[in-house]
Design a protein around this ligand. Sequence first.
Ligand code: FES
Ligand code: FES
Length: 165
Amino acid sequence: MSENAATASSSREITVTINGTVYEREVEARKLLIHFIRDDVDLTGSHIGCDTGNCGACSVIVDGTLVKSCMILAVQADGSSIETVEGLSDGDELAPLQQAFSDKHALQCGYCTPGMLMSATALLRANPNPTEDEIKKGLQGNICRCTGYWNIFDAVASAAERMQK
Ligand code: FES
Ligand code: FES
């Protein structure tokens, strides 16, 4: 195979919708979705904590399913609709879940927060009134090195309550 042919076959044109905006980009076949979101589309709210699927900082929602975006390739997301932390609030006002994180002091350094918010969003959509155990299970894929988790659990419970009203 010539060098040109190898280069051509290693990238692909993809189209994804992120937070309602359509993006068409040429991407390397090996590029992870988190790198595409952060580097190609400049949405840097989603974080990279480990690149190995352990920390959950890169969590996003793809076609309604919670996904660790360091665990899939950007080309696998071709044609999909992706939600990131940037899409949670409408304009300047915080979404109820974000407000609850702020009110309950559910973050310190904030590194885990985007992933926690997306996991909690997926949880509350599937189960609007979760028990404490269900909240813990819903967030079990997300690591926080600062808070000890209790304030995060409280924030999700409080958001669930506000969203029921
Ligand atoms: S960066 Fe994806 S799980 Fe840690
Ligand atoms: S607030 Fe620092 S890692 Fe969670």
